[in-house]
Ligand binder design. Structure first.
Ligand code: PAF
Length: 288
């Protein structure tokens, strides 16, 4: 496995692989790798012949009061995990490589980026879509692998790729969870033992709601209210949002939502100083 930190070196390595007829898979990350990231590598290996992981903590997607400086950066451990997982090439650029000058151009996906995370993290998605397009232009992969845990993020990236005719296929891979249900996140390391216990309310409530909707015990609208209630009543958890939405448009479910649309339940909450997000797809009764 090679590690490169300049765009020239990256392009050289990828061009050599492509010349050898290899299909290029890309897994963009901010490092602090966990089994969720490694499952993306696994998916990339199954579908491509040369796997590039990017490790870059992107400053433009952090707000002024967010955790950019304290975001974990265990590079040596990350590289060892990449090696063990069978990554072929790691691209780990400095900020000056990705942003050599103040960007005048940004990519925005209005609509999808204005709701949910967008209302709590102003400018976040502009930073995400901009850096993802830059990384795709640097790596030039055939296929890119994203995690479903960042549900809104993968939807925005799909929209950007379609709207701008970016020549890449997008794959979204399932959320990986601890045995007790906690969704893996690089931010879980910030949770104390007691906070981690509180955080479990998120995945447990989502699972409870999934059973209610899929068992047709309650309507999706009632399930959305129940999800909010469950989490608002959890001590130590400050709810940002808990909602059931159309999985394609992010529109909140209502009595007039067609029973054939795919739904997803989404949650964001703060536990102490750590902000966590999670979601669960809801299999529509009519589509079973
Ligand atoms: O999901 C992440 O880790 C980041 O938002 C991404 C896609 C690597 C862009 O910085």
């Amino acid at each position: 496995m090679n590690t490169v930190s300049t765009i020239e070196k990256l392009r050289e390595e990828v061009a050599t692989a492509r010349l050898a007829g290899k299909r290029i898979g890309c897994v963009p990350t901010m490092g602090a790798l966990h089994a969720g990231h490694l499952s993306l590598v696994e998916a990339a290996k199954a579908e491509s012949d040369f796997v590039v992981m990017t490790i870059f903590v992107n400053p433009t997607q952090f707000g002024p009061n967010e955790d950019l400086t304290k975001y974990p950066r265990p590079l040596e451990e990350d590289l060892a995990k990449c090696r063990d997982a069978g990554v072929d090439l790691v691209f780990h650029p400095d900020v000056e490589v990705v942003y050599p000058r103040a960007n005048a151009t940004f990519v925005e996906v209005p609509g999808l980026s204005d709701v949910l995370e967008g209302t709590f993290r102003s400018g976040h998605f502009r930073g995400v879509t901009t850096v993802v397009l830059k990384l795709l232009n640097m790596v030039l992969p055939d296929v890119v692998f994203l995690g479903r845990k960042d549900f809104q993020q993968q939807l925005l990236i799909r929209q950007m790729v379609a709207d701008l005719d970016v020549p890449v296929e997008v794959r979204t891979c399932p959320t990986v969870r601890e045995e007790d249900g906690l969704a893996l996140s690089s931010r879980n390391v910030f949770l104390s033992r007691a906070e981690r216990e509180t955080a479990l309310a998120i995945s447990r409530s989502l699972e409870q709601i999934r059973r209610l909707v899929e068992g047709e015990a309650v309507s999706p609208v009632a399930a959305g209210s129940e999800l909010k209630r469950l989490l608002m009543e959890t001590d130590g958890l400050l709810l940002n949002y808990a909602t059931i939405v159309d999985a394609a448009t992010l529109e909140e479910v209502s009595e007039s939502t067609s029973p054939t649309v795919d739904l997803v339940a989404l949650v964001a909450a703060r536990i102490g100083s750590t902000r966590l997000i999670d979601n669960i797809p809801l299999c529509n009764a009519l589509k079973k």
